[in-house]
Design a protein around this ligand. Structure first.
Ligand code: FRU
Length: 492
């Protein structure tokens, strides 16, 4: 049964399943023509359980076409998270002709065993046949899951990274045929405290100023600093045998709490690091206000590495190709906002929005009483409605910090559905630049060229129908404000 909430909260540019429950993205791969998005999927209920691999495909990672279920649950267990690779040279020997085909590697999970299985597709990822001699990797553990496989050119071998979840380790294995795997090394325990380490993903990411580094993403659940599920990352080198981090820094992909199980695309047509994460958190994903469907994905994101103000190489993420969805521009002329003043514009109903904003807050007024340490200079962005609901993003120029507040939306309450998050942009800069994508129950914030990203589920009761920009304590110069309606791409 479809409820009003099922329709109202359905994103139009973010992927979501027609019915049932969706979590992690799986098998992100380009097959030469299409991008595939497989996903953890219970087609029967809006809860996790009976996990299958759902499937959608696209030519731009934005317009998705639903495909039949790719890998079902079987008597051997649920089809947990995994990857897909293009075995073009028929290294597996499982394809008849020299064109090879797609190979999926994933975890079959039963209560007492998690082992890695292999399946082949002879029709470009539409359907899969399980290998006759599965599992291909079994260490007799019940917390050993989520394989990602890459072809490591320098050593001319396939490399798998897979989670030894409760040991907080990412284990590396090598193979020449995708079937026989040899243990190489273990990375960790290293990272945040927490319960399970999941979904390790390894990829070479370009540094914006030149060169590249390997980044190892490891998802942790529960135990994230913002609560529940979080994706952490390590920057370092991979020599074909082991991952060697550059330092002891732990990066987080997000300052809010709804971007989990980040996966990267394989077999990209050109060197480009692209990810999709599940836009959710295990703390409340099975209790969200929708009834017939639950779960959505983040936008595809291009990833680079950039040195931040402290000299660390940090991940920058920006939405990939979103410009192509820009529809009507909403007129909103703002150049200056005086201290205490605001500017407001009405938002048209029913569509996803993108806001681009570049602002410099005035210098701290000199006429403050001597010794007055009072903070001045907050720039506040509010999406709201006349029901008194507000979704607020704010910048504190005094400390260079950004906040997000989803607490004043009334559509969902649950003890773990906390509402306020913050991040530091540049501590010495009164200037900030932000890109905000608002799409039904999803919010994505990309600040300072994607160095700070906040991903959050949002549940207003009524449409947010105005946008207000406000300068508190100090005036602000608005160098850029652009507002676009985004074209609807998900037909549901
Ligand atoms: C991460 C995860 C994976 C597992 C899958 C089950 O969200 O727990 O470790 O394979 O979800 O759906």
């Amino acid at each position: 049964v479809k409820t009003g909430s099922d329709v109202f909260y359905r994103p139009t540019v973010h992927f979501s399943p027609t019915t049932g429950f969706m979590n992690d993205p799986n098998g992100l791969v380009f097959d030469g023509e299409r991008y595939h998005l497989y996903y953890q999927y219970d087609p029967f209920a809006p809860y996790a359980g009976h996990v299958h691999w759902g499937h959608a495909s696209s030519t731009d990672m934005l317009h998705w076409k639903d495909q039949p279920i790719a890998i079902p649950e079987t008597e051997a267990g649920e089809a947990f998270t995994g990857c897909a690779v293009m075995d073009r040279a028929n290294a597996s020997g499982l394809f008849e002709d020299s064109k090879g085909g797609m190979v999926a590697l994933y975890t079959r999970a039963s209560p007492d065993r998690q082992a890695q299985y292999l399946a082949t597709s002879h029709d470009n990822g539409q359907s899969f046949t399980e290998y006759a001699h599965n599992p291909v990797l079994d260490i007799g553990s019940n917390s050993f899951r989520d394989p990602q496989v890459i072809f490591h050119k320098p050593t001319n071998q396939w490399v798998m990274v897979v989670a030894k979840s409760r040991l907080h380790q990412s284990a590396f294995y090598a193979s020449i045929d995708l079937i026989h795997w040899v243990h190489l090394s273990d990375f960790g325990p290293s990272g945040l405290f927490g319960v399970d380490y999941e979904c390790p993903n390894l990829i070479e990411v370009p540094i914006e100023s030149g060169g590249s580094r390997w980044v190892l993403f490891v998802s942790v659940n529960p135990g994230g600093p913002t609560g529940g599920s979080i994706t952490q990352y390590f920057v370092g080198q991979f020599d074909g045998t082991r991952f060697i981090p550059d330092d002891t820094v732990i990066g987080l992909t997000d300052f809010a709490k709804d971007a989990y199980a980040l996966q990267v695309y394989g077999n990209m047509p050109k060197a480009e690091a692209v990810s999709i994460a599940w836009l959710g958190n295990w703390q409340y994903c099975q209790e969200l206000p929708t009834q017939s469907w639950r779960g959505c994905m983040t936008l595809p994101r291009t990833m680079t590495l950039r040195r931040d103000f402290a000299g660390w190489l940090r991940l920058a993420q920006t939405p990939r190709g979103l410009e192509t969805l820009r529809d009507t521009a909403i007129a909103f002329e703002v150049k200056r906002i005086a201290a205490g003043a605001s500017a407001q514009v009405a938002l048209p109903p029913g569509k996803a929005l993108e806001l681009l904003l570049s602002v410099t807050v005035d210098e701290r007024p000199r006429d403050l009483p001597l010794g007055d340490k009072g903070r001045t200079g907050r720039f506040v962005i509010t999406f709201g409605n006349d029901q008194g609901e507000t979704l607020t993003i704010g910048f504190d120029a005094f400390s260079g910090q950004l906040w997000l507040d989803r607490d004043e939306l009334k559509g969902f309450a649950q003890p773990f559905f906390t509402g306020q998050f913050s991040t530091v942009l540049n501590p010495d800069d009164r200037h900030f630049e932000i890109r905000v994508v608002l799409d039904a129950c999803t919010l994505e914030i990309f600040a300072n060229g994607g160095l700070s990203v906040g991903t959050a589920l949002i549940f207003p009761v009524s449409p947010l129908d105005f946008l207000r920009l406000e300068a508190n304590g100090a005036g602000a110069t608005v160098e850029q404000v652009e507002l676009f309606q985004l074209r609807k791409v998900m037909e549901r």
